[in-house]
Write a protein that binds this ligand. Structure first.
Ligand code: ATP
Ligand code: MG
Length: 389
């Protein structure tokens, strides 16, 4: 792979020059270089420097401590865009979950603690110099993911790296080098020690970025991650799942047998759990594609209707056959919820109903209106037998 000069945003170059003119080393590192070498546009250039976090904070007027205990300071440029500047560091101790770090190390030592060779490349945009001690650019050219150093040790230091390998493999359609792959499989049991939040973030990021979702799911299954964290993952999945846009919660409801339980284990937010529950509970499709059945389905699906339409499309690779009817119902403004009825609970109280009878009458009225939208006028509804106490 040719290691040419890279186009680096002027704000990043200015940041690096501020550091170097104060006597520090400063390099672009991480994902942006990998993406640039792969020809994927990236703007998110992380900076690694010999300056300590304290020195970084002193050199720039506007900073935020984004991960200060790991040496990362956010530097805001004049457009208030945040750039991550991380002090060269080595991992002092790891417990398979998080690291304690030490500063005062060289760039090469900093690159050595990174996970994969393709992520352990550095570039100095002022001098045009590259640093690639583990030949990550060769692995990129060969389209291979390889752990830096001994893969078993690297996975034992941080089991999340196993999931990161799967994510990068599916994102760029790379293969995982055999020794790295067998170490990942051998170490997969350690994934159970990860926090649910870190696993969820990896799963969701993977779903968002995989070129093909079924490939990502197969990797999670084959390495042994699915049996621990994604029980009930479907074995065969249609490639239409890879359509855009990617919605991790919706995709998860398609991929596993008990999505609500799985998302609960992954400590998803209450809003995400409620959404998955609504999708799972609702009827997947109307009994027939006719207007009455479609209105009944909209009433039953409530807030999950749009998710169910997208889900159908992902599963079958074409729009749901009743999608046009849904659009028609909505365009005509036909009621499919109690709230859209032309009478309210207080109208029914005024008509002499009380207590639970009010809600029951509203349900009966909605049922009539679903069948016959033209009934949805206040006087018409109040004259119907459904309203009588
Ligand atoms: P993305 O495009 O997903 O942000 P990235 O490579 O920038 O990809 P980050 O998670 O932002 O990924 O991490 C930045 C860099 O930090 C990586 O390229 C890698 O060198 C290093 N890194 C991140 N997480 C780990 C880890 N768990 N173990 C070792 N190195 C890591
Ligand atoms: Mg990144």
């Amino acid at each position: 792979m040719t290691m040419e000069r890279l186009v680096v945003p002027p704000e990043v170059i200015a940041l690096i020059e501020t550091l170097t003119s104060s006597g520090h080393e400063a390099w672009c590192v991480g994902g942006a270089l990998r993406d640039a070498l792969l020809g994927v546009p990236q703007s998110d250039f992380d900076v690694a420097t010999s300056a300590t976090p304290e020195e970084v904070k002193r050199l720039f007027p506007r900073t935020v401590g984004v991960g200060e205990q790991y040496g990362t300071i956010g530097v805001l440029d004049r457009n208030r865009v945040l750039h991550e500047v991380t002090t060269f560091r080595r991992d002092v101790s790891t417990d398979g979950r998080r690291a304690v770090v030490a500063y005062g190390v060289s760039l090469d030592e900093d690159l050595a603690r990174r996970d994969f060779t393709i992520n352990a490349i550095a570039y100095q945009p002022v001098t045009g110099e590259w640093r690639d001690p583990f030949n990550g650019s060769d692995d990129l050219a060969a389209r291979v993911i390889r752990a830096v150093g001994n893969p078993l040790e690297r996975f034992r230091e941080d089991y999340l790296r196993i999931l990161r390998a799967l994510r990068f493999a599916a994102r760029y359609d790379l293969s995982i080098e055999p020794a790295t792959w067998s170490a990942a499989k051998e170490s997969a049991g350690g994934l159970s020690t990860l926090s649910a939040e870190r696993v969820r973030d990896e799963w969701f990021k993977g779903l968002r970025t995989a070129c093909r979702v079924p490939q990502l799911a197969a990797l999670w299954r084959d390495v042994g991650a699915a049996e621990l964290w994604l029980p009930g993952l479907s074995p065969d999945l249609p490639d239409s799942l890879s359509a855009q846009p990617r919605d991790p919660v919706l995709l998860t409801t398609l991929l596993v047998s008990d999505p609500v339980e799985l998302l609960r284990r992954l400590k998803s937010s209450n809003a995400e759990l409620a959404r998955a529950a609504a999708i799972t509970a609702a009827p997947g499709e109307p009994a027939q594609p006719d207007p009455v059945a479609v209105r009944r389905w909209l009433a039953a699906a409530a807030g999950a209707a749009d998710d169910l339409l997208v889900r159908w499309e992902l599963r079958h690779g074409s729009a749901a056959p009743w999608a046009a009817e849904v659009a028609g119902v909505r365009a005509r403004g036909e009621a499919t919820t109690r709230k859209q009825l032309a009478v309210s609970g207080s109208d029914l109280l005024a008509a002499g109903l009380a207590g639970p009878a009010v809600g029951q009458a509203l349900d009966r009225l909605l049922e009539r209106v679903l069948e016959e939208p033209a009934l949805n006028h206040r006087d018409t509804l109040l004259a119907l037998p459904e309203v009588r106490p």
